[in-house]
Design a protein around this ligand. Sequence first.
Ligand code: PLP
Length: 400
Amino acid sequence: MPLLSSRVANLKPSLIQAVVAKSRELRAAGHDVIDLSIGEPDFDTPDHIKKAAIDAINAGHTGYTAIGGLPALRAAIADKFQRENSLAYDADMITIGAGGKQIIYNAFLATLEPGDEVLIPAPFWTSYPDIVTLAGGTPVITHCPKEDGFKLTAENLARSLTPKTKWVMLNSPSNPTGAAYSAAELEELAGVLRKHPDVWVLSDDIYEKFFFEGHEYATMAKVAPDLFERTVTMNGVSKAYAMTGWRLGYAGAPKSLAPAMRLCEGHSTTHPCVITQHAAIEALNGPQDCLDHMLEAYKTRKALVVESLNAIEGITCLEPAGAFYAYPDIGGLLGKKNPEGTVIENDTDFALYLLESAHVGIVQGAAFGLSPNFRLSFAASTQNLENALDRIAEAVAVLK
Ligand code: PLP
């Protein structure tokens, strides 16, 4: 009898981790590596949120909470959905987890039977297919090329659904492309989904707070209220409030599903850290102006990154609508040789070439299911971005 379950045996180590490990190795060897491979805000958690956590510790709020979380947190989340998104989720429809990742996992764990499919538009956040596999389902990838703005079109959706499709994953703005769905585009997708009444939508809105000029937040449960009863609206504090390490994600889900998601949470982590829950109440209820300077910084960096990448021959970069990623196409560089005479055959070769020769860490498109591209995270200082972009331009210029 094999030791490892088939669920785990089918998991793949993240390709992102491979780049991160290699760049750590180079750093340890004394090289000045600029790492743009990590999807994490480079800001510190705002002080008023930290203070709420410290106050909670000092007040002795260190024991278990209810499985579904502190009532005040569930109320804060329900208020946030109503106030900011006009979504009517009452506290019974709120579920929390140790990060947005656990929310997705709980939703799939609660609903997937072997053979059930989850449709994942590529490029996708690397964890989606593995979470589906771990929860016992089958990830089905559909390609959304740059000609479609890296987005799922109604035609693509209609073509990709099968009788076994249980969920469609939507992520807007997207990691890794920064592409975002407008309300009109979501309405087109809703038109297809209306013909498939058993298909659910998981809307991963974790980058909601970061939209650039000319784009605004839209989410399926609001755009298509008739799909509300089969949509999970997922969000979290990790990216919005620079709280990645605190581990708190949340969702609004219909009453047919939310209790089952809470059961999964209760029997795994019990609930997210109580101190984090107190901090999250302050994040959601407290002053929101802390978000402004983060968004301004991302806007400036986005402009710098897109302009600099498009100035490099062989690279083309679509303008991201939000989040803090660019996903340039490197089709024009494939087949070229580096100064040692090695041919750049794919985006993994390119990522390794940049890391080893220019000491810039990015992630190859292969990790996100659509090549030949790379993801560059601009959650980094302007100085680091400028240096990295100069290095990329120089490394590309010597390819022949
Ligand atoms: N969804 C997307 C698209 C992400 O990029 C991430 C984190 O990188 C998550 C979910 C998970 O967020 P959390 O850190 O809250 O688990």
